[in-house]
Design a binder for this molecule. Structure first.
Ligand code: AMP
Length: 300
């Protein structure tokens, strides 16, 4: 089944201990699509400015990502800048320039309105809501957000959370959103806000799936060399939602597999800057690493 994503299509300037890029392709919707398109077709809702280098997203078009909902407006494309410290678990946001996103009022192409799987990627919660309100009978709504919106637009975020089935969030955001220091009591509080399933990303320590009082832990792939963690969260979400959409059925078994596919895709993302590694990989490599993941956690 198809997936619709609303999120940022961005130009990122990133510095890590392994190098630096300026105005490289980024954005939550872009990383998400690069991962999800290995499982199903993806339709993007976003806005870019008149400075956007469209040739950069050609590889996604070839992978059945539909950009009819990507609007170009006069002005500058969304830009984000970040710097990672030596252990790369810590990131400092240097700037967030919303630019053309500031005035964006998404009007969905007619054929997008019946797409069953919806991913509200990290972007202004009001935009997430505007998109969601145009969808007829979504089958599954998954949301991602970040500290920028939890702190900056909490009321709008609480509003959209009421309409969501699954929330993907990292551990520090669980603490920020719930006001609890303990991840598990924080998760419980968030599950009362709307979603019935929570996926907590814990960087190099993997991801945790929480639903109905049950837990599933997935490790992160043991990588010795990583260059740039930017987009790992969105890429995780792409593998996770992409797999669920492909399977067409949300049950505990598929949710667990989806977490492992999400972790698999995220492990490729961080191997190079921007989307460089995600551009190269194919389904065989993904399935091979997925199997390595399974072997890593199997107990006889
Ligand atoms: P991640 O590393 O998964 O948190 O995602 C990083 C990506 O999210 C970058 O490519 C940024 O362009 C994008 N991003 C960063 N901040 C925001 C924001 N406030 N709203 C939307 N997208 C953002």
């Amino acid at each position: 089944m198809s997936v619709l994503v609303v999120g940022s299509v961005a130009l990122d300037s990133v510095e890590t201990p392994h190098g630096k890029v300026d105005d490289a392709l980024g954005g939550s919707a872009t990383f998400f699509s690069a991962a999800a398109s290995h499982f199903t077709d993806v339709s993007v809702v976003a806005v870019v400015g008149d400075d956007f280098p469209f040739q950069e997203i050609e590889f996604l078009k070839k992978r059945s990502v539909n950009f009819d909902g990507l609007v170009q407006k006069p002005g500058k494309t969304f830009r984000w800048g970040g710097k990672y410290l030596s252990d790369m678990n810590q990131r400092e946001t240097l700037f967030t320039h919303l630019n053309v996103f500031e005035e964006f009022d998404p009007e969905l192409p007619e054929k997008y309105k019946s797409i069953p799987y919806i991913f509200l990627a990290n972007i202004h919660p009001q935009l997430q809501l505007k998109v969601l309100n145009q969808i007829q009978n979504p089958k599954l709504v998954v949301l991602d957000t970040m500290n920028f919106w939890i702190e900056g637009t909490p009321d709008a975020l609480i509003e959209v959370l009421k309409k969501v089935n699954i929330l993907i969030i990292n551990d520090s955001e669980v603490r920020l959103l719930s006001g609890e220091n303990n991840i598990f009591s924080g998760a419980k509080k968030i599950l009362e806000m709307g979603p019935n399933i929570l996926v907590v990303k814990k960087g190099e320590h993997g991801a945790l799936l929480i639903s109905n009082g049950s837990y599933f832990w997935a490790p992160a792939f043991p990588l010795e060399k990583l260059q740039d963690p930017t987009g790992a969260g969105d890429t995780f979400a792409g593998g996770f939602v992409g797999y669920l959409a492909k399977s067409g059925y949300v049950c505990d078994k598929n949710l667990r597999r989806a977490v492992i596919y999400g972790s698999t895709l995220a492990s490729f993302c961080v191997e190079k800057f921007s989307l460089d590694r995600l551009k190269e990989i194919n389904k065989n490599e993904i399935d091979e690493r997925y199997q390595q993941f399974i072997n890593m956690t199997k107990v006889e």
